[in-house]
Write a protein that binds this ligand. Structure first.
Ligand SMILES: NC(=O)c1ccc[n+]([C@@H]2O[C@H](COP(=O)([O-])OP(=O)(O)OC[C@H]3O[C@@H](n4cnc5c(N)ncnc54)[C@H](O)[C@@H]3O)[C@@H](O)[C@H]2O)c1
Length: 267
């Protein structure tokens, strides 16, 4: 694959960068020329992702970050500035593990934690990242939402609700920061084959078989599918794109995951 160097001179901070999608985004942004600070709740995961990037001769650092807390977000932004001198690009990937349940069975603690990580976490990161982007003359924010921010699934209220709210929050962010030349967009992935998403189906093989046909393109997405979209939205190729949601979902939302008797998506 040829990378276009579209992010040369940019500095990116990625939350949840030790996870599978976050790691792929970090690597892709680095391949496009960005210097990348990989942040994750688990520092060893962030460091492993940064190592994988450095192993390719590209620039990366790592930082422990808990997006639920202001002091942690502030420290991560400061480390990015201290290491690379600026911050132009923020990718919010971090998401809480949200167990299934309804109003009666879900604890208030789990509900509030989902909101804190998936929604408030993005707000907190923006609070500390946007002043640096303004200083740099502009920037790009990419928030990772979900196809389930568009659709509703029984038992998954914390996830569906926070991802829908993240899409709305990002629209308003775009409005708040347009005059500062800071663009803000979401990506809504379809089912992407990762450990996390496959757990419900008992592993990647089963998940691929069950989830694939829910997509018009009859397969689950790959982490690289999402990384390609993040690189686009972060780059000047998307210079006229703000306040939008990019569905990278193989047609999942269009077809609303409806499967016909032949196991293929159907109207
Ligand atoms: N995999 C899918 O099918 C799919 C579909 C739609 C959307 N998404 C979204 O993509 C993103 C990544 O998903 P993934 O499958 O790679 O999951 P993942 O579990 O591999 O990655 C999530 C990462 O976030 C980190 N994290 C959790 N809480 C944190 C916190 N408080 N502070 C900082 N980091 C924290 C985790 O340690 C983990 O490394 C998530 O936002 C998820 O909702 C995934």
């Amino acid at each position: 694959m040829t990378y276009l160097g579209r992010l040369t001179g940019r500095v990116a901070l990625i939350t949840g960068g030790g996870g599978e999608i976050g790691c792929a985004i970090a690597l892709r942004l680095a391949r496009e020329g960005a210097r990348v600070m990989v942040g994750d709740l688990y520092h060893d995961k962030a460091e492993a992702a940064a190592n994988a990037i450095r192993a390719q001769g590209l620039e990366a650092g790592s930082v422990q970050i808990d997006v639920r807390f202001e002091d942690s977000a502030k420290a991560a932004v400061e480390k990015t500035i201290g290491t690379f001198g600026s911050l132009t690009t923020l990718v919010n990937v971090a998401a809480a593990v949200t167990p299934d349940g309804n109003a009666e069975t879900l604890s208030l603690e789990l509900w509030e934690n989902a909101i804190r990580v998936n929604l408030t976490g993005a707000f907190i990161m923006c609070k500390y990242a946007t002043p640096q982007m303004r200083k740099a003359g502009g920037g790009a924010i990419v928030n990772i939402a979900s196809q389930l921010g568009h659709l509703s699934v029984a038992g998954r209220s914390p996830y569906c609700t926070t991802k829908a709210a993240l899409i709305k929050y990002t629209e308003v962010l775009a409005m708040d920061y347009a005059r500062d030349n800071i663009r803000a967009n979401t990506i809504s992935p379809g089912f992407i084959l990762t450990e996390r998403s496959s757990r419900r189906s008992g592993g990647k093989e089963n998940a691929s078989r069950i989830q694939g046909p829910k997509h018009l393109l009859n397969r689950p997405g790959s982490v690289e599918d999402i990384a390609a979209g993040a690189a686009y939205l972060a780059s000047d190729d998307a210079a006229f794109v703000t306040g939008t949601d990019l569905l990278i979902d193989g047609g999942y939302v269009t077809f609303k995951g409806v499967i016909g008797p032949d196991g293929k998506p159907t109207m």
